[in-house]
Ligand binder design. Sequence first.
Ligand code: ZN
Length: 115
Amino acid sequence: MSGGDAARTVAGQARPACAESASPEGHLDEALRRAFWQSLNRAPLPAMSALEVAARVVGALYRQVAQAHEGPNGCRCGWEPDPDCDLIVLEAHLAAALMQPPEPDLAHMAVLGRA
Ligand SMILES: [Zn+2]
């Protein structure tokens, strides 16, 4: 995914009203939220501890995805990891999500619906 795609997703995406998401981004969004809430339901954590874990996981995922693009056997999609620039993009997404008005808690509903 290019930086342009990411920026467009943050700026313009309207979330689907139901738990079924049409786009690949929507599927991943839903899966991550569900995993987060399911884990906290099983093993509660202080709020910031839980969010710090989530942030560390995003950093670890970045490292893994970047690693998958290195070397002769790496992914050939054309993306070249640039940790400095990519971190700015990720921080912008984090900030944008923080500033969004609260939305109906789809994650909780999804968890309850499938428990
Ligand atoms: Zn790739």
